[in-house]
Design a protein around this ligand. Structure first.
Ligand SMILES: [Zn+2]
Length: 410
């Protein structure tokens, strides 16, 4: 039985942290905006994109046309494929070093640079400050990922200002893809406000400073968004390709695996082997915290997306969520060593962020999850397990360890 505040089509709840609405037919705004993918004239949308980028093309060919943020996973390959091979632009790739790098992520990023023959600059914030920030945000926001989310959303913008390259090209707009915050035709662009509200959970760099903490300005200044005056003077704007291309991450990754040797790896906490393979923690501890705070995890995002694309039934999706949602994250020891914290201390800090709307402590240390997936039926047990294909391993067959700075392969 479906509760009225859960979408009847996908698995999103009305309490989704990005904010969604459910209409009188019981369908969420994310599913409604997804319907546009089968309605819009994508050839016309592509032509619209070509017109939009035309003024940014450098005439002499002696500078960059745009900035493309990349990592060793995500939409990076498809993004560079569209920008360089289809639009014919000369991008400067920029990457924020998240330090939780897997050997596979280092390999994928090196292969990306070589295959597409692009220049790449990387931001390495000093690890002492990064660890200090992680200690603070873990305690205060229940997030071990704040520096990564802040760094990967601000470093491309800082680079746009520093290099005077006004156009930044991003992949998917998560507000559109997940919850239908905007129509594709609104052509929503990058804003400081969206980053603050959604990427950073309402905490900008300066909000982390407190007299009750050891963080100083010297630790956080590199995560500051550039001044409005600088952005305006250079005319910096960030566009999202998902507004101009019929976005389908599974199909896109499979294309990039076939043509550009992108490699994937499996995770315990989801069935999607394609995204986030550059990080030991995004699909691990970070995903556990998402379940603690919001009552659902990445596997629900993946399952909802696959329902919308017609590759899973709702019952199959429920079964996959139940299979993965409370799986052990793995690699906890690596994180404890890196941060200098013992596992009991980490568990204590994480438990402080369990949302009582979804978690009940029946006895000390004995938590009962009461998210919707434990209330809906078990789903369809014949749910496919081979929808996504791992072609490699996170550690590439070596001992697990974070690659702090890696040149990669070959
Ligand atoms: Zn929905």
């Amino acid at each position: 039985m479906t509760a009225p505040n859960v979408c009847r089509r996908c698995l999103y709840h009305a309490s989704h942290p990005l904010g969604l609405t459910i209409d009188e037919e019981g369908i969420c705004s994310g599913c409604r905006v997804h319907e546009e993918k089968d309605r819009l004239d994508w050839e016309a949308r592509w032509r619209r994109l070509e017109e939009l980028v035309a003024p940014y093309r450098s005439r002499g060919g002696d500078t960059y046309d745009c900035i493309v943020p990349v990592s060793g996973a995500g939409d990076s390959y498809f993004l560079v494929h569209l920008v360089k091979e289809r639009l014919g632009l000369n991008p400067l790739l920029v990457s924020y070093n998240k330090y939780f790098n897997t050997p596979l992520g280092i390999r994928n990023l090196a292969n990306l640079r070589i295959r597409f023959n692009c220049d790449l600059i990387q931001q390495n914030v000093n690890p002492v400050s990064v660890k200090k920030i992680v200690r603070t945000t873990l305690r205060r926001l229940g997030s071990l990922y704040w520096p990564n989310l802040a760094g990967q959303t601000v470093f491309p913008v800082q680079t746009a200002v520093n290099y005077r390259i006004p156009l930044i090209i991003w992949g998917a707009h998560q507000g559109v893809e997940q919850v239908g915050m905007f129509s594709h035709e609104h052509e929503a662009e990058m804003t400081r406000r969206y980053r603050w509200d959604h990427d950073l959970m309402g905490a900008e760099a300066d909000d982390l400073l407190s007299i009750f903490d050891t963080l100083t300005e010297a630790d956080i200044w590199q995560y500051r968004y550039p001044a409005d005056a600088d952005l305006a003077e250079i005319g910096v704007r960030g566009i999202y390709l998902s507004n101009f291309v019929r976005w389908d991450p599974k199909a896109q990754h499979e294309q990039m695996m076939a043509t550009h040797d992108y490699r994937s790896a499996s995770f315990s906490r989801t069935f999607d082997c394609y995204d986030h393979v550059d990080c030991y923690n995004f699909m691990g501890l970070h995903d556990v915290l998402k379940l603690y705070k919001h009552g659902y995890s990445k596997v629900t995002d993946h399952a909802s997306r696959e329902i919308r694309h017609g590759r899973l039934t709702r019952d199959q999706a429920v079964a996959l969520v139940r299979r993965h949602e409370q799986a052990e994250p793995g690699h906890v020891d690596l994180f404890c060593d890196w941060l200098g914290i013992d596992p009991t201390g980490l568990a204590f800090m994480m438990n402080e962020h369990r949302n009582p709307a979804f978690w009940e402590e029946q006895a000390p240390g004995d938590w009962r999850f009461k998210g919707w997936s434990t209330q809906e039926g078990p789903g369809d047990p014949t749910a496919p397990t081979d929808l996504f294909r791992p072609t490699d391993q996170l550690n590439r067959g070596q001992a697990d360890r974070y690659i702090t700075v890696g040149k990669g392969y070959p």
